[in-house]
Design a protein around this ligand. Structure first.
Ligand code: ATP
Length: 234
């Protein structure tokens, strides 16, 4: 579904991604693990057309992505949940969700899409009239994921969804990511929380200083002594 080949990226200085090659098959959840500054966010931003100096090849369902304007990428079926959530703080939960369907305004099934998000995150239904900026961090993460789902993506890019959240909320999000994938959406999940990522992913890649240094099934990565030492703290 998604093929990234020899992707390098920079912001004007040295490359922060070097010859990264990875793929996501239809139906998969793929995790990218890595410490701070490994380049995880840059990888997702490159896929979404937000890194002008990205070089290499990114193909999604046969369409080459590099060089396309960022605003055209969601229309191809890619939803992006950015690091830090970026909800619209002075808009209600419901209006935030509606923004995710902005490019689909003539679609007839918008109410059903909202109901599907509410089924996944019942708390958002209860708080649909609340300003998103006054929601808890976990609730804002749900809004951000729900907003991306309103565009009916085939592939969801998730950037550190567990960052800064209490363990109980992380468990809830973890369950939701599994459910989203079971509903047929492929997921590319970037996480510092390797435990969480490997527990929901089918496969994974380890990114270090802009290079893919290891890849394998989630089980193989969980069993790898280097991964266990560096990322699982065992
Ligand atoms: P984190 O988990 O801390 O978000 P990350 O693995 O997602 O880290 P990136 O955010 O992709 O890493 O950053 C990779 C490198 O690129 C870092 O050295 C960072 O300082 C640099 N970088 C990221 N964004 C920019 C930018 N807009 N301008 C210049 N340098 C940037």
């Amino acid at each position: 579904m998604l093929e990234v080949r020899d992707l390098s990226a920079a912001y004007g200085g040295p490359d922060v991604l070097s010859s990264v090659t990875l793929e996501v098959k239809a139906g998969e959840t793929v995790a990218v693990l890595g410490a701070n500054t490994a380049g995880k966010t840059t990888l997702l931003r490159s896929i979404s057309g937000l890194v002008p100096k990205a070089r290499g090849t990114i193909v999604f369902e046969g369409a080459a992505l590099l060089g396309r304007a960022a605003h055209t990428i969601p229309g191809l079926g890619i939803g992006h949940v950015p690091e830090g959530r970026h909800v619209f703080p002075r808009m209600t939960t419901l209006d935030n969700l509606m923004m995710g369907a902005f490019g689909h305004r003539s679609a007839r099934d918008i109410p059903e899409r909202v109901e599907r998000v509410f089924a996944l995150f019942p708390r958002l239904k209860e708080r649909q009239s609340q300003m998103a900026g006054s929601m808890s961090g976990g609730e804002q993460q749900m809004v951000s994921i729900g907003r991306a789902l309103m565009g009916q993506p085939k592939l969801l890019l998730l950037d550190e969804p567990s960052h800064g959240l209490a363990p109980i909320v992380v468990d809830e999000l973890h369950a939701a990511i599994g459910e989203i994938n079971r509903q047929g959406v492929s997921v590319l999940l970037v996480e510092q929380n390797a435990m969480l990522a490997l527990s929901v992913a089918h496969r994974g890649y380890v990114l270090e200083a802009g290079h893919v240094v290891l890849s394998g099934t989630a089980q193989a990565l969980s069993d790898d002594p280097g991964v266990r030492r560096a990322y699982l703290g065992v």
